[in-house]
Design a protein. Sequence first.
Length: 406
Amino acid sequence: MPNPDPAFPIESLRRDTPGVENVIHFNNAGSSLPPQIVVDTTIGHLQREAEIGGYEAANEAGARLDSVYDSIAAFIGGRPDQVAVIENATRAWDMAVYGYPFKVGDRVLTARAEYVSNMLALLQLQQRHGIEIVLIDDDEHGQIDLTMLERELAAGATMVSLTHVPTSGGLINPATEVGALCAAYDTFYVLDACQSVGQVPIDVGEIGCDVLSTTGRKYLRGPRGTGWLYTSDRALERIEPPFLDLHAADWVTERTYEIRADAKRFENWETNFAGKLGLGAAVDYALALDMDAASARTVRLGELLREQLQTVPGLRVHDKGAPSGAGGSGGRGGIVTFDVSGFDSDALKQALSDRSINTTSSGAARAHFDLGARNLPTLIRASVHYYNTEDEIDAFVAAVADLTPS
């Protein structure tokens, strides 16, 4: 099939990605195939630790480690002092939300697409602090209902917690419109961007979030065990980390301490330095791309996959999100979920894996407000990235059809 994106450097991107020679990788929302520079950077630092010692290697790489914050800030439109590098998106989110000074009766608004770990945390905070969790329903496209959200904001709310791109479907929530409403009602806004950073362009100033958490391993194509937390100036003023160490604070006198002023207050002293450098390499790789073009390609591949899958007898696509051209910052991205009548989704996932085709599954036990409410117990999740090809989509759909004869 000819390349529909002639200006997009798909050939060089695939040359940078050794894994494409081994698998059709449609599990990018789980963990993408990293480019070679990320692999070399990460392994190179581990090798240096072996040669001269861990502390010494970190000291030697000090300027490069500092530059990771500059790269992240440039990538999301923030400042380096607003960035904390943390081991994953969930722990980054936890550090901010568990550190928020909740009072009994505070209302937290969230949506059906909220990520499972975030909901577990909110339920624990409800038991611990007596907060009220308010579920904002979906609109006709399956994204957060902005009319209901504004009504609940007007009734009074302390925080909005939103997952930008959920794990269980193609939805991209309208994060910018949510941010405008939060600003209008002076409500603290927490955005989980673990599956949107690297998939869609992110500008924290445009979105208007107080907190943004994300991971390195998904669409950013960084190492596992890496991520970051962005905190606005208001968030830095308001949130105290739920726990401290000698990196997050200074022990001033025997009985006093002082928390550092920047976002590094949310970090730990001990960290994965090789992973941090690999994360920086992934961000720099993304910065060198035209993210608008990369995102457009991912979205187009997602739509192509949805269209072709629906030609398979008995197959149903279950994605939510506004169709292209509906307006706003929402829509559908590169995550496609489906099932096939009469076939177990987990068994189909394994059969695809046996053919060197990577997918994963999404279950209702991790998405009660979404899949559970739609009576969808388990779905196959196929998530494409800009480095995937139309030929891979053809091969994937042919494999699904072959494994699920009507």
